[in-house]
Write a protein that binds this ligand. Sequence first.
Ligand SMILES: [Zn+2]
Ligand SMILES: [Zn+2]
Length: 311
Amino acid sequence: MNRREFLETVAAAAAVPTLATQAPPNEWGSPVFDLHFHLRPEPARNFAHFDGAGITKANLLTRGPAVDRVKAMEAAAPGRFTWFNSYDVTKLDAEQVLTQAAKDGAQGFGELKFHVAADGPELRRIYALAADLKLPLLIHFQEVDHFPGEGTWATGYARSFDKVLEAHPKTIFIGHADAFWANVSADYKNQAAYPTGPIVRGGVTDRWLADHPNLFGDISANSGNNALSRDAAFTAAFLERHQDKLIFGSDCACADGHGGGVSQGNNPAASRMAGKCVARETLGLLKRTTTPAIFEKIVWRNVHKVLKLEA
Ligand SMILES: [Zn+2]
Ligand SMILES: [Zn+2]
C-alpha cells in the first residue's frame, strides 16, 4: 500500500464510523444485488463500497476459511448477504473442504479461478459436487495474460465448454471474466483480453446462454462492462434475449463506490476503468440500455431465482 492508498483507506474508514445496518436508498430505481463482491478484511471497507455504489445486497466471495468473517458481516447487517466459498481445486481435499463450507452456510462455490482446464478433472469433480449439493458455481475464464507470467484460468472455454454444460446438466454454471465475455463475438481468437469494436453475431457465449438452461452470465468487472460497451445495438438485443440469464455483479475493488482507490487491481488492460467504480459504470450502462423491467431482473430478480431466495 502506498501513501495515497493508505490515506484513501483511512478516509474511507473515517467516512463510515459505524457499521451500516440498513440498505442504502433506492438510487437505481430498483434494489441492486451484487453477485460478485470479494470480501474485504475490514467490515467498514465492505460497507463503504455497498453504500457508496447503492448496493442493497451482496454475495460475498471468499477463499479458504471464511465462515467467521461472513458471520460478522451478517451480524452487522442481517439479511444483506449471501456467501460463496472457493478452495484450491488442485488439492486432494477440495471436495471435503467445499462440502464443509456448504454445511457452514455457503450458498454456492466461487469464484473458481485456477490454472487448470475448464474441462479438466480438477474442476469436473467440483461441477459434480455442486450438482449433488444443488449449489451454483461461479467460474473465471481467461485465456490472455494481463501481465507477463500471470498465466491463464479455466482454459479452453470456447473450444470445450458446451460439452461440459451437456455432461453436467444438473450443475448451475455462472460464467464470468475475459474469455466468457470476449466470446459474445464470433470473431474472438484470444487476440486480446478485452477486444473492442463491433460484435460479430453468433459468438459461443451468446449461443450457449440461449441453448443451455444451466448456463448464466455474471456481467461483473471490466470484462462484462467492456463486452456490453462495444456495440449498442448488440447490447440492447443481447440484454433482451438473455434477460432471465444475466446477473449483475461488480468485482469492483474501488474504495468508496465512486471510483476512489484502485478499481481493477492495477490491471493495465483494464485501464478504461481507472478512477471509476465498475458497479456504477455497469449499472448506468444497463439503465441507459434496457427497460426498467429487464434492469430489475438483471440486477435483482435473477440472482434470487438462481440462489432460490425470495426477491
Ligand atoms: Zn474473476
Ligand atoms: Zn466500485
